[in-house]
Write a protein that binds this ligand. Structure first.
Ligand code: ZN
Length: 333
């Protein structure tokens, strides 16, 4: 009834009247089509998550009323917050102010904002959550696996830091800073990312005598990448540049991705095989990189166990001791 009342109102507007009606929704997929007819809400504007410039501008807005120390670089913060919404960024600035106040500071420092970012992204640090010694060790090797392999896969995202301090549900984390929002992903870049994702389990398998359930999210993400490569991005040599599965509507929040199969049982088997091959090759690559640099892995994991958090510089420092040459990321066209 409310909907009908709105429509009657909208249709009732004199076309000469200067009235613009704007509405917002997170679920455009379930709107009554009557709302979208010409003369009603006939124009749709998709507001995506802000890009790096947008994020910096949003941070500036929420920094206005706050006292920032001169060391604060909002541009750096913007770079390290891909996929943050405007509300997340506002939350980040408020959390940063709260941390500064709790520490009795008269200004907000960059470290407060970084801590706030992690809190918003991963949940609060749970220093009180006691990890068993062997859990800690597994976590240290797992995270070191991600970190170390990322150093030998030049197209993966640059390493930000690695930690075994539990946050939210995770026992540890290896965090990367995407240098910019990528709209295009190259095949080599995706393969590098898959390799880094699988390196946590690879490290467990190679260096501990057991494996754990801690790699669930890594597998979900790497498998999704591999499936997209084969089914959507035409990156499988065996199957060729073909899109498999019915074309999806633009992805909106809350929509379950349902795919209609438009290929044969034989192709389905080939797709599965190809996905398994991509994952298998990346896992093998991660494992052999770790075996090749076994000494560094032990050193890094031990240092991580001792210090609990290592940033990019700490890790480069360890690598330097071993005289390792890291291949720089190739320039992108
Ligand atoms: Zn992992």
């Amino acid at each position: 009834q409310t909907l009908n009342a709105i429509l009657v109102e909208m249709d009732g507007f004199d076309t000469d009247a200067s009235v613009i009606l704007i509405a917002a929704t997170n679920r455009p997929d379930i709107l009554d089509p009557a709302l979208l007819r010409p003369g009603r809400f006939d124009r749709q504007v998709v507001v995506d998550a802000p890009d790096v410039k947008g994020r910096e501008a949003i941070l500036k807005v929420h920094a206005r009323e706050k006292k920032l120390s001169p060391d604060v670089e909002l541009a750096t913060l913007a770079k390290s917050t891909p996929f943050f919404s405007g509300a997340d960024l506002e939350n980040l600035m408020n959390e940063g102010a709260l941390l500064a106040a709790l520490n009795g500071q008269d200004a907000i420092y960059q470290k407060d904002l970084e801590e706030a970012r992690e809190k918003v992204q991963w949940g609060r640090e749970k220093r009180s959550r006691v990890l068993h010694e062997d859990e800690k060790k597994v976590s240290a090797y797992h995270e070191t696996g991600h970190a170390l392999v990322s150093k030998f896969t030049p197209r993966s995202h640059p390493l930000h830091k690695v930690t075994i301090i539990p946050r939210g549900m995770a026992l540890g984390a290896t965090q990367f800073i995407p240098e910019k929002d990528h709209n295009l992903m190259s095949k080599r870049r995706i393969l590098d990312e898959i390799t880094v994702l699988l390196a946590g389990r690879a490290a467990e398998e190679v260096f501990l005598d057991d494996i754990t359930s801690g790699a669930q999210n890594d597998f979900e993400r790497s498998t999704e990448f591999a499936r997209m490569m084969v089914c959507k991005w035409g990156m499988s040599e065996r199957l060729g540049p073909i899109a498999f599965g019915k074309k999806e509507e633009p992805v909106f929040l809350g929509r379950d991705l349902t795919q209609t199969r438009d290929y044969s049982e034989k192709t389905a088997i080939e797709i599965d095989t190809e996905v398994q091959d991509i994952i298998g090759a990346a896992f093998g690559r991660a494992k052999s990189l770790l075996q090749k640099h076994i000494e560094i892995l032990h050193k890094m994991a031990e240092t991580l166990l001792e210090k609990e958090t290592l940033d990019g510089e700490d890790i480069d420092g360890i690598l330097k001791q071993y005289d390792i040459e890291i291949e720089p990321e190739p320039a992108r066209a």
